[in-house]
Design a protein around this ligand. Structure first.
Ligand code: N01
Length: 545
């Protein structure tokens, strides 16, 4: 392993690889590179590991994938020694797990915290990436691996008067480490996505008054959270790597029974029974009750109407219930939410729902906010307004490939990648769970591991054959982008104004970013590409001096 010291800012420090981000992707990537005998440094903006679980500390933050599925699968001992307490782990528990992994594999010595990468440029003569940080460091590395996450750039809409607000304001994705006490406060939550839906019940229980500003109602399914089933946990611990291998062959990266029937080929009673069974089980699996929910509008509508009927049952005020019922876009084409007592919270006397679709927020005022219809006064405003998803973190940095080509200009009309792993014109640069891969449509940790394993396999191949650079060809990239679009068009996903398609960011190109083909299909394609000598990539041999 190369030894490094911080060094004076003007003398670059050299590594085999720079990894950007110390979330689950960056941690595992570092572990794998060490295994190959490569030197690497991870650059991390936060002062700790965990990525999304480091930043998103809002009340009620939990994983909406079950804990036993949302953990690393690469090491049976790691799986055996870690015990989850709840079916859906809380943010603090997942952060403890990330810290445990960092300690167990002694990863911290190779992570530089509180440092943000601001740019990376490919030096074509030297075949090296020059990576710059906000602390003035310059690193030189053969490989640059972006483990920057899909939902890491939080976004507050550019409301007029934002800075004038005299109370406290927070974004769910950049929550204060010391927490926020809402007791006795008048609180606004803007947004009704997953983060809002998880935090609203907790904030409502504390606050004097809570007003929720909703632009688009969301489909949300109860988590039915509870303690971990000890028998299931023990069974999985016997051979977790095998469990993960199976998960990797599924569509969503979670082992389970695949649907076998269309929603339209069963009786109304049978359909309702099947939805009810999944509703009572809780969580995201309701989306997989039938084979055609994601592709057939009529089948989809049966699921949508089932959830609406539940909302109408739960919410006592019929007007509020109707406002909370998602309409105008197909079920599960915006990310499904998983909640604990979300709809029930609107039965509380101290909670009010305000529809801002027809009467948008016009400005934030020193004492609250004003919509097109009314003015409100608050002590605290919580922005649960989401992220510049999938491309935000990559485009925030100034990344330059061959001929000084910037990623920002290359992606002016939307992201273009080969397999979500590489971009033509940017040799030796990898993106973990990049656009064009299943990423956010799957169990993220499964997709992260699959990408890290693929990249590690690729670097090993290059090591063995003394290869200097690997770069996606433009032809392969074009064909993959076309395929990603064609598969998305075959589904109902593009019909929703979701962050999958960049609709939440004014001016962002409207391109469906994740790959809908499923983890199993995608994984096989990646394996085939590797088995065929990295088909679609150009590999160049090392020139010996
Ligand atoms: O963000 P979102 P999030 N004016 O983009 C509204 C993951 N996650 O942080 O739908 C008014 O979903 C916006 O309205 P609309 C998960 O993948 C996972 O909640 O654009 N409203 C929406 O209601 C999730 O999907 C967990 O009309 C505005 C909300 O703000 C992703 O992160 C937990 C607005 C944003 O919702 C993002 O979730 C939490 C404006 N100008 C999150 N701009 C797990 O459990 C935005 N909104 C693992």
């Amino acid at each position: 392993m190369a030894h490094f010291s911080p060094g004076p800012n003007d003398s670059p420090v050299t590594f085999d690889a720079i990894i950007v981000g110390a979330g689950f992707a960056g941690l595992y990537m570092l572990h794998r590179l060490r295994g190959l005998g490569l030197s690497a440094r991870v650059i991390e903006a936060g002062d700790g590991v965990g990525g999304t679980w480091y930043w998103n500390r809002y009340p009620g933050a939990r994983c909406d994938i079950e804990s036993l599925e949302y953990q690393y699968g690469f090491d049976d001992d790691l799986a055996r020694e870690w015990d989850w307490t709840e079916r859906y782990a809380t943010q603090p528990e997942i952060l403890r797990y990330a810290n445990h992994v960092a300690d167990r594999f002694n990863l911290r010595p190779d992570i530089q915290f509180e440092t943000r990468v601001i740019g990376a440029a490919f030096d074509e003569q030297a075949h090296r990436w020059v990576v710059e940080t906000d602390r003035g460091d310059r690193f030189v590395a053969r490989f640059c691996i972006m483990a920057t996450g899909c939902l890491s750039v939080s976004r507050v809409p550019g409301y007029a008067g934002l800075e004038s607000f005299e109370g406290d304001r927070y974004h769910t994705g950049a929550w204060p480490h010391e927490g926020v006490d809402f007791s006795g406060k008048r609180v606004a939550v803007i947004g009704t996505g997953s983060s809002a839906i998880q935090s609203i019940p907790i904030i409502a229980a504390q606050a004097k008054q809570l007003v929720v500003f909703q632009r688009t109602p969301n489909f949300s399914i109860p988590a039915m959270n509870g303690p971990i089933d000890p028998e299931l946990a023990a069974r999985l611990k016997e051979n977790y790597t095998e469990h993960r291998r199976v998960a990797r062959t599924t569509a969503g990266g979670v082992a389970g029974q695949a649907p076998d029937k269309s929603a339209l080929e069963v009786s109304d009673e049978e359909r309702r029974r099947r939805y009810e069974e999944r509703w009572q089980r809780g969580g995201l699996t309701i989306g997989g009750t039938f084979t055609d929910i994601a592709i057939n509008p009529a089948a989809n509508e049966t699921a949508a109407e089932f959830v609406r009927s539940k909302i109408r049952e739960i919410v006592k005020n019929p007007e509020t219930a109707e406002l909370l019922c998602p309409k105008g876009y197909p079920f599960a084409t915006k990310r499904l939410c998983v909640d604990t007592n979300y709809f029930e919270t609107f039965n509380r006397d101290n909670v009010q729902l305000v529809d801002i679709r027809d009467a948008p927020i016009e400005e934030i005022t020193p004492t609250g906010l004003r919509t097109a219809k009314a003015a409100y006064e608050f002590d605290v405003i919580v922005f649960a307004t989401g992220f510049d998803a999938m491309t935000g973190a990559l485009l925030k940095m100034d990344i330059r490939g061959r001929n000084g080509l910037s990623l920002r200009s290359k992606w002016e009309h939307g992201p273009r990648t080969y397999l979500g792993l590489q971009v033509a014109g940017f040799p030796n640069l990898f993106t973990i769970t990049g656009p064009g891969s299943p990423s956010v449509l799957s169990n993220m940790i499964v997709s992260i591991e699959q990408h890290v394993d693929w990249i590690a396999g690729c670097l090993e191949f290059m090591q063995q054959r003394q290869m200097e650079t690997i770069e996606a060809t433009t032809d392969a990239e074009d064909a993959w982008v076309e395929h990603v679009n064609a598969v998305a068009e075959h589904t109902l996903y593009p019909l929703a104004n979701s962050w999958y398609i960049g609709a939440n960011i004014p001016g962002k190109p409207r391109v469906f970013m994740p790959y809908v083909g499923g983890v199993g299909v995608y994984g096989r394609k990646c394996e085939e590409v590797a088995a065929n000598g990295y088909e679609g990539f150009r590999l160049e041999a090392r020139v010996l001096a």
